[in-house]
Design a protein around this ligand. Structure first.
Ligand SMILES: NC(=O)c1ccc[n+]([C@@H]2O[C@H](COP(=O)([O-])OP(=O)(O)OC[C@H]3O[C@@H](n4cnc5c(N)ncnc54)[C@H](O)[C@@H]3O)[C@@H](O)[C@H]2O)c1
Length: 411
């Protein structure tokens, strides 16, 4: 296939780095529904902090929120969000509207690849019919269809897009060949060719469910060990001395992937009358961690409203993303019975009126310091300095064991 123009639809954590990589080899138009986001990119700024200003300045990719700019593309790569709604049902609205848009610009011989995380069957059963009905074309005959799940890890500067093996798949042999050779041009680590789109979709969701279930096990173990006054992180260290122990750790499972993707399979399985007791209870265990921390803190200060410093609000370390952050939920839930100051080097403005965002330690001494996200900025602090932020009888609740020498409690 001679490639004229690649259009990346959705320029977030996944789409922007991908567009930048493809622009090294091909003409690329990056389309995003958000004109605000496009304006930032035109000023060589990525609010997500994934792509540097230098890379944006050097890139030949063009950014647009005008649908007309998509015209003339022969390859479309869809990287729009796939969240859940308030009942944890898959919200496919972004995928549906992006498919309608792509369908309206799809021409004969074109290739459409989805990268968004979905349940197995979604690309062929939900997206493909939209592409066909809007374009009037038939897949496998007039246009080609593929799925290649994204594995980028936000804020990871080592395992960047080209260094991670890419799973590729297509709806037919020819589609599969096209998707494979396209990604081989940019992925140094190479590609893995899944036999079908469904296998590729299921592989992605399996990777994330495996993490969710394993973290849930550690969270459940930690809830037992906390009550028995046993340090879970010391247990993990000791158990890790066995050759085949896998050192998963307890944690707040937030963000838009691990805490969301399992619902895509759980709900899809339920629609097929298939029970998923293990995955479902893993979700419940992980969703309950914030409540556990709040009740432990409330038990420490039964008769008064303590002053608390919460260090870290984003969903993971060194990443500005606040979506589905359990640290944000923790701040909100704690603020019911405590005065909460929240500090995060990635969060400048207020996210809630229930607690105060602070940028320095002038509110010390506190009754309790809770370290909820291990940002590098925090880890570079002297542990004794953190200890001195609390009153003599105060407590350091170091959820993820970043400061084992001075902590009173961890998960
Ligand atoms: N962020 C990750 O680390 C990661 C990793 C692997 C897979 N994924 C999956 O990749 C997909 C995208 O995730 P993300 O984190 O990049 O999301 P994101 O929210 O960072 O970016 C999505 C972008 O798509 C835009 N958008 C929404 N609807 C659109 C439309 N109809 N047309 C054009 N643009 C539209 C939004 O404005 C946003 O800029 C999701 O399915 C996610 O589960 C994400």
């Amino acid at each position: 296939m001679i490639i004229k123009k690649i259009c990346v639809v959705g320029l977030g954590y996944v789409g922007l780095p991908l567009a930048i990589e493809f622009a090294k080899c091909y003409e690329v138009i990056g389309y995003d529904i958000s004109s605000e986001r496009v304006a930032f990119l035109d000023q060589h700024r990525d609010p997500n902090g994934e792509v540097s200003s230098d890379l944006l300045r050097e890139s030949t990719a063009r950014w647009s929120s005008l649908e007309a700019d998509i015209a003339g593309s022969d390859i479309f790569i869809v990287t729009v969000p796939t969240p859940v709604d308030s009942s944890n049902n898959p919200d496919l609205s972004f995928l549906v509207s992006a498919s309608r848009l792509v369908g309206s610009f799809l021409t004969s011989g074109g290739l459409v690849i989805y990268e968004s995380t979905v349940f197995p069957g979604c690309t062929e059963e939900v997206c493909k019919p939209i592409l066909e009905s809007v374009s009037g074309l038939t897949h496998g005959q007039d246009f080609y269809l593929g799925y290649s799940p994204e594995r980028v890890n936000p804020a990871d500067r080592i395992n960047t897009i080209s260094k991670i093996t890419k799973v590729v798949s297509g709806c037919c042999e020819q589609s599969s060949d096209m998707v494979d050779s396209l990604y081989q041009a940019i992925i140094e680590a190479g590609t893995y060719r899944a036999p079908t789109i469904k296998v590729a979709e299921a592989a992605k969701i399996t990777e994330n469910i495996q993490r969710d279930v394993n973290i849930a096990l550690m969270n459940e173990l930690s809830s037992v060990f906390n009550e028995l006054d046993i340090d879970t992180f010391e247990v993990i260290k000791a158990a890790s001395s066995k050759w085949n122990f896998i050192p998963f750790r307890p944690g707040l499972v937030g963000g838009h992937c691990i805490g969301v993707d399992p619902y895509y399979l759980i709900k899809h399985a339920a629609n097929h009358d298939i029970a998923t007791p293990l995955m479902t209870s893993a979700r419940q265990v992980n969703e309950a961690v914030v409540g556990r921390v709040v009740s432990r803190v409330n038990r420490l200060f039964p008769n008064r409203k303590p002053n608390i410093l919460l260090m870290g609000l984003t969903f993971k370390e060194d990443c500005p993303d606040l979506r589905n952050s359990k640290a944000v939920l923790l701040a909100e839930r704690l603020s019911v019975c405590s005065n909460v100051h929240a500090m995060d080097p990635f969060v400048g403005e207020s996210v809630s009126d229930k607690y105060e965002i602070v940028s320095d330690f002038s509110g010390a001494p506190y009754d309790c310091v809770i370290i909820s996200v291990l940002h590098s900025n925090f880890l570079s602090l002297d542990p004794n300095f953190i200890r001195e932020l609390v009153l003599p009888q105060g407590k350091v609740f170091d959820l993820l064991n970043g400061f084992p020498t001075i902590k009173d409690y961890s998960l």
